[in-house]
Design a protein. Structure first.
Length: 330
C-alpha cells in the first residue's frame, strides 16, 4: 500500500476513534498563552512553545468548531454538577494563561469574530502594571542584539554560578529561564533586574489592563485566577498560599468582570496542600498535565488540559495524536 494512502487511512481512523469513542463524555480543555502576529512569531527566539500566531489560532479554532461543541468553562462546571450532557458532539473549552496584552490585541478579535467563548486566567498583580513577567523581560534582555562584549561578559559572570555552563552554548535562553524557574525561583525577579541593569534596560509591561478585561467580558470572555504574583505555589507558606489564592479571586471579582470560580496553577505547580486550600475558594483547579476531563467528575481541583503549540494548531494530524495521548491518560 502506498505510504500516503496508509497515512490517510490512519488519520481517518484516529479521528473516527477519537470523535466516536474517546472524546465523548469528556471535555477537552485547550491551553494557550501568547498570541502573536505571524511576523512577531517568526521573529521570536525564545519561549516559542507558549506562543501561537494569530493565523494558527484562527485555523485551530475553525477546525475545533467543526468537530467539538465549544463551551465556556462555567458551562463545563454546570454540566459536571448537573450530570446532564446534551451535546451530540465532544465538548471543548478554550483557556489562556497569565493575562498577556496580546490576548486582547490578537486573540480577542478572532474569538469575537468566530463567536468562541474563552477563559483568561489572570495573574492579577500584573494587570494594569508597569512590571512585566520576569521570564519575558529576562529573555528579551538576553536576546538583545545590541549588547556590547563587556555587557555579555558581565552577564556571563552573573548567570554562570546560577545556571552553569549552559549559558556558554550561544546563550540557550529557554534553558536559562527553565533553570531559574526550577532552581532559583525565589531570586527570579532579582536576577532579572540585575541582568536588565547590566544590559541598560528596564522592566517592560506585558499584561492586560482592567479596561481590556471589561471590554472582553462583554463578549463571552470570562476570567479566572492565576494567583496574584505567579509564584510556585508548592513553595509558599500556608499563609502566603492562602493570600495568593484568596486575594487574586477577590481582586478579579471586584472589577465586575464575567467571572468563573476557577484557579489555574502557575507553572502547573500544585500538590495536596495547594488543592486543599484552593478548595476553600474555588470550584475547580486547572493543571498543565496532559489529559481529558470526564464530565462525570465533579469539583475537580486538578483538571488536565491540552497545551496548543503553533505547530499543533496548524496540523490536524498532530492534534489527533496529542488527543489520543490525552485520552489514554485515564
Amino acid at each position: 500500500m502506498p505510504r500516503n494512502i496508509a497515512k490517510g487511512m490512519l488519520g481517518y481512523l484516529s479521528k473516527y476513534l477519537l470523535d466516536r469513542l474517546l472524546l465523548p463524555g469528556n471535555c477537552t480543555v485547550f491551553t494557550f498563552h501568547r498570541v502573536l502576529s505571524e511576523s512577531e512569531y517568526e521573529a521570536a527566539t525564545f519561549q516559542r512553545s507558549i506562543a501561537v500566531s494569530d493565523v494558527a489560532l484562527r485555523q485551530f479554532l475553525v477546525g475545533v468548531k467543526s468537530r467539538f461543541e465549544i463551551i465556556s468553562l462555567q458551562e463545563m462546571i454546570d454540566i459536571q454538577n448537573s450530570g446532564e450532557s446534551k451535546g451530540k458532539r465532544p465538548y471543548a473549552c478554550i483557556t489562556f494563561d497569565d493575562g498577556w496584552y496580546d490576548n486582547y490585541t490578537h486573540a480577542f478579535p478572532i474569538l469575537k469574530s468566530l463567536e468562541v467563548p474563552a477563559t483568561i486566567f489572570l495573574s492579577s498583580d500584573y494587570i494594569d502594571s508597569e512590571a512585566g513577567f520576569w521570564w519575558q523581560n529576562l529573555g528579551d534582555a538576553l536576546s538583545c542584539n545590541d549588547l556590547t562584549q563587556s555587557q555579555v561578559d558581565a552577564i556571563n559572570l552573573l548567570l554562570c554560578p546560577l545556571v552553569g555552563q549552559t549559558i556558554y552554548s550561544g546563550w540557550n535562553v529557554d534553558r536559562i529561564i527553565e533553570v531559574i524557574k526550577e532552581q532559583h525561583y525565589d531570586e527570579a525577579m532579582d536576577i532579572t533586574q540585575a541582568v536588565l541593569d547590566v544590559a541598560g534596560q528596564v522592566l517592560t509591561s506585558h499584561g492586560l489592563s482592567w479596561a481590556n478585561c471589561v471590554e472582553m467580558s462583554n463578549h463571552h470572555i470570562s476570567f479566572g485566577s492565576h494567583t496574584m504574583t505567579h509564584p510556585r505555589l508548592s513553595l509558599l507558606s500556608s499563609k502566603e498560599l492562602d493570600d495568593e489564592l484568596r486575594c487574586s479571586k477577590s481582586s478579579i471579582k471586584a472589577k465586575g468582570l464575567r467571572y468563573v470560580n476557577a484557579i489555574c496553577y502557575p507553572y502547573g505547580d500544585s500538590d495536596k496542600n495547594v488543592w486543599s486550600i484552593a478548595g476553600k475558594y474555588y470550584d475547580i483547579g486547572l493543571s498543565t498535565a496532559l489529559g481529558l476531563q470526564p464530565l462525570s467528575e465533579k469539583s475537580c481541583l486538578n483538571i488536565p488540559r491540552v497545551n496548543v503549540s503553533n505547530i499543533l494548531a496548524l496540523h490536524s494530524s498532530r492534534l489527533n495524536y496529542r488527543l489520543l495521548r490525552a485520552s489514554l491518560k485515564r
